[in-house]
Write a protein that binds this ligand. Sequence first.
Ligand code: ADP
Length: 498
Amino acid sequence: VNFVQKTSLIKRFQGLTFAFCFLLLLVAAGTYLSSQTFLVNLRDLNDVNAVTDLAIQGTENIVSARLTLEKLNSTPNIDSKQLAPVYFASHQQADSAIEQAIKLTSKFPGTAHLLKDAKTSLEEMNKLSQHIFELRKVDSPASRELIPRDLLLVKQFELDSTESLRGVQIAMRKTGNEIFSSVYHSRFLPFWVALILAVFFSGFALFLGLSSTRRVERSLLNLLEATEKVAGGDLNYQVKILSSDEIGRLSMAFDEMVRSLALSMQQVQKAVAIRDEFLSIASHELKTPITSLKMQMQFARLMVNPKKAPLDLEKLGSVLDMSNVQIDRLTKLVDDFLDVTRIEAGKLTFDFVQTDLSKMIQEVLNRFHDALAAAHCEVKTYFPPTLSVSCDPFRIEQVFVNLLSNAMKYSPGKLIEVSLDHDDQFAVLSVKDHGAGIPIEKQKLIFDRFERVFPDQNVTGLGLGLYISKQIVEGHHGELSIISSPGQGATFQVKLPA
Ligand code: ADP
């Protein structure tokens, strides 16, 4: 069982547990509510029985009251004073039974008017009964004639009254049946309600669980696909981000990681390309002086052949001079490589001593006299007789030589102006030429390794001189900068802490 399946199972189990608990809760609530309704129904059923009993009791009392009156009529010698309490007791009981029934039936519509009719008929019957008792006291022929007629009417009212009470009984039986059947049918109601709700909620919980697992599953599969693509070398592939949750964030982080990997790859590729270019330039640069040196040596060897004419020392001297120039060139190249290696390893060190810059510059210019003449460059100098700073004289001379050589290389036949100045903070050495200058967008680049503005032009070089010079000046806590615009020449400025 893998991770996604496990999560899905847990979600499903959670959904079912939730639904089950919910069902239990609903059943409990339903049971409570239905028992409440059941109690109410039970009380109503009780009242229905009581009303029925009262109706029966009322009917019996009315009938016995009427029979008492009948007895009064059929038994001439009977004392009406004895029968009157019997009659009134029956009447009283019937009346109170109807009264009680009226009170209980207020919640059962349709029975109140029947009871009222029964009560009215009973009252009418009572009025006639009282009249009969009055007539009986007189005991005249007229009264003897009237009593049977009244009795007939009494019988009629008795029938009306008992009829109404029977109607009450029938209505009560019907109501009782209705209550019973509603109780009977509603006994499963809470269960059904609970079941339907439980099915609905458990389905909903299952749906939520499944949809969330499916989303997790899809996100993971996307991530997996992306990982495989990236592992296969496609660094441009991006994960489809489906959510902003942890997996979404993981996908975003993955994309970010791949982006930075692609960037690093680009940098590495660029570095490799620079190295390859450097190797090809370096081998070319080394080959030129070596070939030339070899030719000078072969030429010298031919000259010192004892079988040939006597040795021309002047010619030999110039051959050796030319060889020396090539050796200097080789030495300079090797020195530059070594310096770059030292800088990369952080091992470029300086021996600070108090140095007269004016003197140093003048000496370099003297040394370069022939080279400047060969390049047809006139030099103008503007500097004080002496300007002393604390620096590594060997390294600062290297910087100046590099700037002067560049001015000669890139503006042959033009004036070069060398000036030296100072303020409170810095000594400022400037080398200004009147050559082609450097485009603004390239000016920052020329201080990087192997950067050359026009690599294809005839001027040889490795693109290391300014890089090494900048590292040296910055190692002195100074600044090396350029002011130039195309066609206006270039001014390189070295600022050294005074
Ligand atoms: P290199 O001269 O060996 O190529 P540098 O680091 O000394 O290397 O110079 C880097 C580049 O800056 C040169 O290739 C050249 O294009 C440009 N550059 C340097 N000095 C000058 C200058 N005085 N005038 C015009 N371009 C220059």
